[in-house]
Design a protein around this ligand. Structure first.
Ligand code: HEC
Length: 456
């Protein structure tokens, strides 16, 4: 246990990352797809000599700059803050492997942001041909940020055999490229690129919905229909790309999904399957709303409808990212590091030498049991809120709690928990302290009151 634990009551630290990340994904994917949207829209307007379109695109580029340059950038930094606090050990492992990946990422990001600013401020100031080039430069550099970060994100799910064979030896950097172009790299890049295009359409519908349909009915209808077409590829290609992606994830992750699908009737419906259902249903509703309102009746398309489209897209994106996070459980780096920062290769050592023994965070006012709970369980559980330990353990006495803990500690091949919970590490004495701590949490025993005792 090398780092302190960030205690976020009720929602848990994981959801702080989750909330920021889902918000960031919505905006960052828009930043990528929106770059292409602006470039294609401007090209169309220039070719057809449409001053009214140029005006619409210019307004959209302002919205674009504020949303991506402010909210996208701030939420991106927010991810860094939150992952560093919630999972310091995993964040450190990623930085040690991918420091040059991030260096490249930031170069592209700098070009992206600078170009977006120049693009917005030079609509009437430079030659149209040069302005067009800026649009393509923006689109290319922002897509490159996806190309880079996708390598790091997919690495976490499937680091690949080559990297795993050197993990922990100090020679990880020699496998940089095979870790980067890991087994899920390409399907994920294709999938995310298609989603970028769809989100470009979704956000463009938001600005288009605010156009005055009475003053310029033709223009509004045209812009809305043109933006709607950006969503079409996703309806056809996302299912195909998803199948490709799923065929590249490890067997154990797929099983987690199938277990849920085949047990819908009997109630053991995993969280992954539930999230996949939300994705499917919100995408289907999205398709219906976009087709029947935006495409068929563009003039009736109000900001309220655009908000609904945005919300459905948020639900679909959020549920998909959540499912992706869940199939990676119990790891932050597949087969290498558990979500709570314990390296798989350290299990034997920690069972012998102890989990808390050498920790600089062992405090006089915190029992070993509490430290074990904080260090090894709180990454995924809270005491009373999300995945509440008190709730999950309710009705169990000390012996029954002991049985579960033993199961987590020994992690036999038959244990159903292996699919989503890390192996619990520690000496016998530490494990016993954890059981005592949990027993006290679940079955609080009245503390003898010295004043009352005296008065008797
Ligand atoms: C990687 C994330 C993760 C970590 C770390 C983790 N758990 Fe869990 N745990 C889960 C998930 C996911 C579930 C399923 C929750 C649900 O069904 O709502 C779960 C369920 C449980 C349950 C209920 C099991 C049942 O059969 O009802 C218990 C008890 C539990 N965890 C105890 C612990 C303890 C104790 C620790 C620390 C030693 C721990 N967990 C660490 C993810 C985790």
């Amino acid at each position: 246990m090398n780092y302190p634990v960030w205690d976020v009551p009720l929602i848990g630290s994981g959801w702080v990352i989750g909330a920021i990340a889902i918000f960031h994904v919505m905006i960052s994917h828009f930043a990528v797809g929106g770059g292409f949207y602006l470039a294609f829209a401007e090209r169309k307007a220039r070719r057809e000599n449409r001053a009214d379109w140029i005006e619409v695109i210019r307004r959209h580029s302002q919205f674009f700059l504020i949303l991506t340059g402010v909210f996208g950038a701030v939420s991106g930094v927010g991810i860094w803050f939150s992952i560093g606090l919630a999972s310091p050990e995993s964040t450190s492992a990623l930085i040690h492997n991918f420091v040059f990946g991030w260096a490249m990422e930031w170069c592209f990001f700098l070009v992206e942001i600078a170009t977006a600013v120049v693009y917005y401020y030079t609509w009437d100031r430079i030659e149209p041909a040069l302005h067009m080039k800026l649009a393509w430069l923006y689109a290319a550099s922002s897509w490159c940020t996806l190309v880079i970060i996708n390598g790091i994100l997919t690495f976490m799910l499937t680091p690949g055999e080559a990297w795993l064979s050197v993990a922990g030896t100090g020679h990880e950097a020699s496998m940089f490229w095979s870790a980067f172009f890991n087994p899920t790299y390409w399907p994920s890049l294709v999938l995310r690129t298609i989603i970028c295009f769809a989100l470009a359409g979704v956000w463009a519908l938001l600005t288009a919905s605010r156009m005055n349909g009475f003053e310029k009915p033709l223009l509004k209808a045209e812009v809305i229909r043109w933006s709607t077409r950006w969503l079409v590829p996703s309806f056809v290609l996302v299912p195909l790309a998803l199948l490709w992606y799923l065929s590249s994830v490890p067997e154990s992750s797929r099983q987690l999904m199938q277990a849920g699908i085949s047990t819908i009737g009997s109630g053991m419906f995993t969280q992954v399957t539930r999230a996949a259902l939300v994705t499917t249903m919100s995408s289907a509703t999205l398709l219906a709303v976009v087709y029947f309102i935006a495409w068929r009746n563009p003039l009736d398309f109000t900001p309220g409808h655009a908000g609904a489209v945005l919300f459905l897209a948020l639900a679909a994106t959020g549920a998909t990212e959540h499912a992706r996070e869940m199939i990676r459980k119990p790891y932050t780096v597949g087969q290498y590091m558990y979500s709570n920062g314990v390296r798989k290769s350290d299990i034997a050592l920690m069972n012998r030498a102890g989990y808390t023994a050498s920790s600089p965070w062992a405090q006089a006012d915190m029992s070993t049991g509490e430290l074990m709970f904080r260090g090894q369980c709180m990454n995924c559980h809270t005491v009373d809120g999300y995945r509440s330990m008190r709730q999950l353990m309710r009705g169990r006495d000390r012996k029954a709690i002991g049985n579960i803990i033993a199961m987590l500690h020994e992690a036999p091949k038959t244990s159903p928990y292996r699919n989503f919970m890390p192996q619990l590490v520690g000496t016998d004495q530490e494990i016993d302290s954890l059981i005592t701590y949990l027993d006290q949490m679940v079955n609080p025993k009245p503390v003898p009151n010295p004043v009352l005792a005296q008065s008797k």
